[in-house]
Design a protein around this ligand. Structure first.
Ligand code: FAD
Length: 476
């Protein structure tokens, strides 16, 4: 009998040289098809640039399709509004209100509505992530973008022979055709985790800085946890609410204790929210109870399993952390579904309908751009000559949920050390303390992609590098 192969990490390196065919050449090459990469590819192509987008999954949309985060609203302008209108026209938007979900507002199990007065009116729009992915895929095709799905970006070829910044000449991707190179003029970072930045040697800060209200920071670099979303169908809301009321168990704590005592609820599935100075407290971190939001009228809800904060996982750059998150959270989801069916009235016939294709990463690499947007800029309401939009007013979780009025400069789209890359979405140049504000939501990421696509196409037209582009007028 042969011994199993060792899985101990080995120190020596293996060297092998490949001849990689240049399979495609384009003006604009986009890495990742999330809201940022999708909008960048669409806009660049609409402006006449030959555009190619690579995406490791089977559709564009990133966290919002493959990751099942279908938060919708009426649109913030540009491609984002176009998306919302198209999703609605194709029947992919669902709006839950007090009349469709009586008693849902103020219910402690509601992810979004739990803090509202009990039984008050609410309006929660969501889009069907699978339907949305189909629409987004069609839009890219209609516009003439060459989209390669099932295609993983693995490396960047950078020419550093000249003075100053390096220039990316091609990227390497792996897909059904094997290892391929894609040559281009402008490269757009749309991976959501700074993959293109890291592989091209541009500078970044690892996720997980000192945490908010930092006085009690204990020195552990804990990234703000990512999360795996899943969809459960066949839930009878009225039976659930009637159980919460009759058993006087609004958070299902009694039933959870009963299941835990019987060995039917593994530790970690529901865990207390961490509190204190060095965590985000109420903002996403804990998972003390069932956490769900309506996705459709017929008893279909999206549920969350976040990575426990204390695990401090770096899923973007460490495969052991990445795998642990996927493995453990799938285990949690299975256990949660089993528990709900067995113990909670209203869930007897509920089933797992879908689990996100990946554990979304909230706090991956933070690229360092020609300007790094800082929380102090936000506090001061700083104005920039190269502002990409008119001043925006948004809620800042870091700042005690206060609203601030702020601008973002185009320089935060331009990474240091590379002269032909433009950043988008969650990979813009922002410090970690801005993470839970506007800088990382779906509308904003789509807007930044549209701006990046516009900038890339302008550079192609003018035969200049992004850092030479004069940015004087807000786009939005
Ligand atoms: C768990 C979670 C919940 C969230 N909840 C909300 C919410 O309720 N509302 C809201 O507005 N925002 C929410 N956000 C924030 C928002 O979803 C993200 O910030 C946003 O999706 C970032 O957009 P992006 O385009 O930069 O990256 P992503 O959406 O992460 O998309 C990146 C894309 O790049 C692809 N990719 C990555 N690496 C490679 C590679 N090597 N090769 C090929 N393709 C690659 C991925 O497959 C993915 O499709 C949430 C985020 C997370 C993680």
């Amino acid at each position: 009998m042969t011994a199993p192969a060792s899985t101990t990490p080995a120190a020596p390196a293996i060297s092998r040289h490949y001849q990689v065919p240049i399979a495609y050449e384009a003006d604009v090459v986009v890495v990742g098809g999330g809201p940022g990469g999708f909008a960048a590819a669409l806009q660049a192509s609409r402006m006449g640039a030959r555009t190619i987008m690579v995406e490791r999954f089977d559709m564009p949309g990133g966290v919002h399709t493959s990751g099942l985060q279908g938060a919708a609203d009426s649109g913030v302008g540009g491609i984002h509004t176009e998306l919302m209108e198209r999703f609605a026209a194709e029947g992919h938007i669902y709006t839950a209100t007090q009349s469709t979900h009586p008693g849902w507002a103020g219910n402690p199990l509601s992810h979004y509505e739990r803090k509202k007065p009990l039984g008050s009116d609410f309006r929660r729009m969501s889009f069907n992530p699978e339907g949305a992915g189909c629409v987004m895929s069609t839009m890219l095709k209609e516009t003439g973008v060459t989209a390669l799905y099932g295609t993983t970006f693995v490396d960047a070829i950078v020419d550093r022979s000249g003075p100053g910044d390096g220039t990316i000449t091609a990227i390497l991707v792996e897909n059904a055709s094997g290892l391929q190179a894609i040559a281009g003029k402008i490269f757009i970072e749309g991976s959501g985790t700074g993959e293109l930045v890291a592989r091209s040697g541009a500078p970044f800060v690892r996720g997980g800085g000192p945490q908010p209200r930092g006085t009690a920071w204990d020195g552990v670099q804990r990234p703000i946890p990512g999360g795996l979303l899943w969809i459960m169908t066949g839930i009878e809301l009225l039976r659930l609410i009637s159980h919460q009321e009759s058993a006087k168990d609004p958070e299902l704590q009694k039933v959870m204790a009963e299941a835990a005592a019987a060995g039917d609820l593994p530790e970690g599935v529901y865990r207390p929210r961490m509190s204190g100075d060095n965590v985000y407290g109420e903002a996403y971190i804990g998972h003390p109870t069932l956490d769900m939001s309506p996705m459709a009228e017929n008893g279909t809800y999206v549920l969350w399993q976040n990575v426990p904060y204390e695990w401090a996982l770096h899923m973007d750059d460490t495969i052991a952390d990445h795998t642990r998150a996927k493995q453990e959270l799938r285990g949690f989801i299975n256990a949660e579904a089993r528990f709900l069916r067995k113990y909670v009235p209203g869930f007897e016939h509920a089933t797992i309908a879908n689990v996100g294709r990946f554990v979304g990463i909230r706090d991956g690499r933070h690229p360092i751009g020609e300007y790094v947007v800082n929380i102090e800029d936000v506090r001061a309401g700083r104005r920039f000559r190269d502002a990409i939009s008119k001043p925006m007013t948004k809620t800042f979780f870091w700042e005690g949920f206060n609203k601030h009025d702020f601008e973002v400069p185009f320089r935060s789209f331009l990474p240091k050390s590379i002269d032909n890359m433009i950043l988008t979405g969650a990979s813009l140049s922002f410090e970690y303390r801005t993470l839970f504000m506007v800088m990382r939501n779906f509308p904003w990421c789509t807007q930044t992609g549209e701006i990046a696509g516009y900038a890339a196409a302008r550079c192609i037209e003018q035969k200049i590098k992004p850092k030479e582009l004069e940015w004087t007028t807000p786009y939005f």
